[in-house]
Design a protein around this ligand. Structure first.
Ligand SMILES: Cc1cc2nc3c(=O)[nH]c(=O)nc-3n(C[C@H](O)[C@H](O)[C@H](O)COP(=O)(O)OP(=O)(O)OC[C@H]3O[C@@H](n4cnc5c(N)ncnc54)[C@H](O)[C@@H]3O)c2cc1C
Length: 111
């Protein structure tokens, strides 16, 4: 059975940042996550909501172009594309983060 100096429960920003720091010091650790590494921030909160907010901002700006002396334009909203873009960010950030803690054993544990 493997032994680790540190066990981290929860792979959100708190947990994976701890794993990254421990890895930088060469300390092997075990990270236990019951859902997806990234926690609320990468999977539901910060990153996905910012992707949606950006689409909403652009939609608003394009719709109000005439206020800025530009031709008025009513953009068509493609919900599928908007949500695909959000999913794409989630996949990319997930890969990016795992690359930062090579000395971490990751364990998926469902309560
Ligand atoms: C809509 C929204 C937008 C946000 N936007 C921002 C922003 O722009 N900027 C910002 O700084 N913050 C933002 N936040 C806040 C940010 O998401 C949180 O501060 C951050 O996720 C907290 O990280 P954490 O690691 O403490 O907890 P969490 O992200 O909640 O991670 C905890 C992890 O632990 C796992 N876990 C819990 N219990 C167990 C267990 N017993 N066994 C195994 N695994 C377990 C969970 O599955 C989860 O993955 C936003 C939050 C929301 C909801």
């Amino acid at each position: 059975m493997s032994e680790y100096k540190v066990t981290i429960i929860g792979g959100g920003p708190g947990g994976y940042e701890t794993a990254i720091r421990l890895n930088q010091y060469g300390i092997e650790c075990l990270l236990i996550e019951e859902e997806r590494v990234g926690g609320v921030c990468l999977n539901r909160g910060c990153i996905p909501t910012k992707a949606l907010v950006k689409s909403a901002e652009l939609y608003y700006e394009m719709s109000s172009a005439s206020n800025y002396g530009l031709p008025s334009y009513k953009p068509e909203l493609d919900y599928e594309q908007v949500f695909n873009r959000k999913k794409c960010y989630r996949r990319t950030t997930g890969k990016w983060n795992r690359a930062y803690f090579p000395k971490t054993q990751y364990s998926h544990f469902k309560r």
